[in-house]
Design a protein around this ligand. Structure first.
Ligand SMILES: Cc1cc2nc3c(=O)[nH]c(=O)nc-3n(C[C@H](O)[C@H](O)[C@H](O)COP(=O)(O)OP(=O)(O)OC[C@H]3O[C@@H](n4cnc5c(N)ncnc54)[C@H](O)[C@@H]3O)c2cc1C
Length: 451
């Protein structure tokens, strides 16, 4: 049955490798895996009812914030203006037409207007609360949200495969009745990502989080499904939780049905307000297509004639390279800053064809050519994040510009990063200590000693 599902998936996505010349970046077809091979890869699986497995392949992001930055930098190169720590706090109206937004500077303080003929509200799970605040009315069909959660542990199976195990919550959409929804243990860099757990969420999006008791329950569930993992709270280096709209839900129900479609709302039709469009995306993987539809709608409304750039074919910032292995090899053999294989690979993953920018900083200042202690992050990446990517504090550098803390507390490397940041920004010792404390507060309390 699983193989039939995998075949259907392969058929539906048969053009997925179109135009990808690099064999390393092609997504292979699914295949059945004999029982003996499954047990060799996952020796702690209970063998009694095991008949074999099915392998299917999918893409994986090495570092999601860096993909966002690649898109932003590609847009900036084409004339988009970026603002950071700029919160939209109000909508400017001229009768029933939107004329811009009111923005609060979250770092420097103060408010300022941004004038615009059209506003696209793409604030994710915050989009609907913002509309309620701005317009005093909800959407005609308000969404319900799932709090999706996963966590990172520093443990990996020897096999380069993820493992799907049965969790406890049911999948309301499954065409064939199954016991429960799958949970995944996915190899990611030197870690495993475990999840995703879904829960109906009706509270303020600003307060989304996970309690230690929920984490304990999830650990119990995953350990029950694959006892060989033997995970406890101290293994959790970092957790993630966020809100996603999901599909139709029976009033008051708690069974989740996956959302299938992103929401694109023209408020001229919905509320009689012109110049306002809302996009609530459902999946990262659908982001480009959703954005294209939203931009097309906005440009149509503005009567603009310039065609939208072909974003399905244009490489993003860092995407102009042929074979990944050759990119890594070129970085290893860089004439001025030769890199160790692991560092070269990480740099290629994070910056693609723009990795040479980082090495430019390292060539000018050899002290920046060294990785921070115990990591693959070069000192040059920190300076690059500050000078070129609008990083404003240590948390930006550690979580949103580099790999440094995306797998949990990096220990001494964080101190080294703070030293470089202090040098660049001229922080005194008190500011440096405050910034370090701010970042450390984001690691789970129970995992801190294990870093
Ligand atoms: C645990 C988890 C696992 C996931 N796994 C996958 C997966 O495997 N595959 C997949 O495709 N998707 C996955 N997703 C979903 C994916 O993360 C989202 O679909 C995607 O991030 C939506 O992007 P977005 O830009 O529409 O919204 P968001 O990423 O929510 O971005 C909205 C932005 O708006 C900003 N904002 C909010 N209010 C304001 C304001 N007033 N002024 C200015 N800015 C504001 C926010 O700070 C935020 O940066 C997962 C999500 C979670 C939580």
């Amino acid at each position: 049955l699983l193989m039939a599902g995998t075949l259907a998936y392969d058929l539906l996505t048969c053009d997925r490798n179109r135009g990808i010349a690099d064999p390393e970046r092609r997504i292979p077809w699914g295949r059945p895996v004999p029982r003996r091979e499954v047990l060799a890869a996952f020796p702690d699986l209970p063998p009694e009812r095991l008949t074999g497995g099915v392998l299917f392949a999918d893409g994986q992001m090495y570092n999601p914030p860096r993909i966002v930055l690649s898109v932003l930098r590609a847009a900036a190169a084409r004339g988009a203006v970026m603002a950071n720590y700029a919160e939209v706090v109000g909508l400017r109206m001229d009768g029933n037409r939107v004329s811009g937004v009111e923005v609060e500077d979250r770092l420097g303080g103060g408010r300022f207007p941004v004038f615009a003929r059209a506003v696209l509200n793409a604030a994710g799970p915050f989009a609907e609360p913002l509309l309620q605040r701005w317009l005093g009315r909800p959407l005609k069909r308000p969404s319900t949200y799932s709090r999706d959660a996963c966590f990172v542990v520093r443990r990996r199976f020897a096999a380069p495969w993820a493992l799907a195990v049965m969790g406890r919550s049911r999948d309301a959409d499954a065409m064939l009745a199954r016991e429960a929804r799958h949970l995944f243990v996915v190899p990611w860099r030197e870690f495993s990502l475990i999840g995703v757990w879904h829960r109906v969420y009706r509270d303020d999006p600003d307060r989304v989080g996970l309690t230690p008791s929920e984490l304990e329950r999830y650990l119990e569930e995953i350990n029950g499904a694959y006892p060989g993992l033997g995970l406890d709270l101290a293994d959790i280096r970092l957790w993630h939780a966020g809100l996603l709209p999901f599909g139709e839900e029976k009033t008051g129900g708690s069974e989740l049905s996956y959302g299938k479609r992103s929401l694109l709302v023209d408020h001229a039709d919905e509320h009689g307000i012109h110049g306002l469009v809302t996009l609530i995306g459902i999946r990262y993987t659908m982001g480009r297509g959703d954005a294209a539809k939203a931009v097309d709608l906005v440009t149509r409304k503005l009567g603009a004639r310039t065609p939208r750039p072909p974003t399905d074919r244009l490489p993003v910032f860092g995407g102009r390279f042929g074979r990944f292995a050759e990119l890594v090899r070129d970085l290893e053999r860089h004439p001025r800053v030769p890199l160790a294989p692991a560092t070269a690979r990480a740099l290629a993953h994070n910056y693609g064809s723009e990795a040479s920018r980082i090495l430019g900083y390292a060539a000018d200042d050899p002290s920046l050519a060294e990785p921070l202690p115990g990591s693959t992050v070069l000192g040059a990446e920190i300076v690059h994040g500050i000078r070129e990517e609008m990083a404003c504090n240590l948390a930006d550098l550690a979580f949103r510009r580099t790999d440094l803390a995306t797998g949990g507390d990096p220990g001494p490397a964080l101190e080294a990063c703070a030293d470089l940041a202090a040098r660049e920004w001229g922080w005194d010792a008190a500011r440096r200590a405050r910034e370090l404390a701010g970042v450390r507060a984001q690691f789970p309390r129970f995992a801190r000693q294990t870093a």
